[in-house]
Design a protein around this ligand. Structure first.
Ligand code: XMP
Length: 326
């Protein structure tokens, strides 16, 4: 039975000075647990799964099988980064699954936010299960469970809306980060040589851009969310706001407004920008983004993103607004 309690009187398990020692201990533990068997990991490219992947690659190399499911709801450049970092640089055994059409077909016409989350979660499990069945000799499932997941939901990663794998696919778990807090996970990721953009990225919801393309998802509007989000991130990075603002993103509601383009009336979508700061995501304040920067981002989005004629900035703290819009 794995130890699921942090040692008492231990404020920090991992600091930059202790990172190598932690990594070595985990490498030894993983080797002892796994032996010469294979381990499966769902690698989303988020902080936790990326750090688990890097740790397992260090410990068992090709015995790790990473599965990256591209469900079409990731931010611009994310699937490519997973392939570049893990397959090309770290030489990991990575299965890349292009499931974009599957997910978008399943989501067609579904407008209720909780239903969207359920469909995304259930389809994810289905795709992952199919990939798991294609692999031979898998005995273990690695997971990026971290200490807050154990405290908050009994070991299930927060916000997972559906159950796990079916009975006949029950693997023994490998959870090397289970006693760490998020900042400690980042320290380990740094020490393992993962890119800073991966280790220090802002929080991103499991259902991804799916809950930022409000109402029933359409491919054109989803693309506009992805492109506008990429512009916002690029401009925040250029202007020193990356790493300073806790979470920032764009979203698009499911209605159009009238505008003017090339001297003609145009019916296009508005893009809404949200940028917030918080300690624990229970309450949040709005970032005071310089007005000139907002104007510049507006100009870029309305000229570069197809189908968008307006940009709004959400001034609402939490409460009364939540961070996401749905
Ligand atoms: P809200 O919108 O509730 O968001 O103020 C608080 C934090 O949780 C994230 N969030 C989610 N994360 N699955 C996730 O993994 C979800 O369904 C989900 N909904 C919200 C949100 O991005 C913010 O960081």
């Amino acid at each position: 039975m794995a130890n699921n309690k942090r040692p008492e009187n231990m404020e920090r398990i991992v600091t930059p000075a202790l990172a190598e020692q932690f990594i070595q201990e985990q490498v030894n533990e993983i080797k002892a647990q796994v032996g010469d068997k294979k381990v499966l990991l769902a690698l989303s490219g988020g902080v936790d799964s990326s750090v688990v992947a890097a740790l397992l690659i260090r410990a068992i190399g090709q015995q790790l099988v990473c599965v990256h499911v591209n469900h079409g709801l990731l931010r611009k450049g994310e699937p490519e980064q997973v392939v570049e970092v893990f397959r090309n640089q770290m030489k990991a055994n990575l299965v890349y699954v292009d499931a974009v059409d599957r997910f978008l077909d399943k989501l067609q016409g579904i407008s209720d936010p909780e239903q969207k989350r359920k469909v995304i979660g259930a389809e994810f499990i289905r795709v992952f299960e199919e990939e798991a069945r294609k692999q031979e000799d898998i005995h273990f499932l690695a997971q990026g469970t971290i200490y807050p997941d154990i405290l908050e939901s009994g070991g299930v990663k927060a916000h997972h809306n559906v159950g796990g794998l079916p009975e006949d696919l029950q693997f023994e778990l490998v959870e090397p980060l289970r006693l760490l807090f998020k900042d400690e996970v980042r320290v380990v990721g740094d020490a393992l040589g993962l890119p800073a953009g991966m280790v220090y990225r802002q929080p991103f919801p499991g259902p991804g851009l799916g809950v930022r393309c409000l109402g029933a998802i359409t491919r054109d509007r989803l693309e506009a969310v992805r492109e506008s989000d990429a512009i916002l991130r690029e401009e925040f990075a250029k202007n020193g706001l990356e790493g300073k603002v806790w979470q920032y993103f764009t979203l698009i509601p499911d209605f159009k407004s009238v505008g003017v383009r090339n001297n003609k009336r145009s019916d296009e979508w508005p893009v809404i920008i949200r940028a917030v700061n918080t300690q624990d995501a229970m309450t949040a304040t709005v970032e005071d983004v310089p007005f000139a920067l907002l104007q510049h981002i507006t100009k870029r989005i309305t000229s570069e993103v197809k189908g968008v004629n307006r940009v709004c900035y959400d001034l609402t703290p939490k409460p009364t607004g939540t961070i996401e819009w749905e």
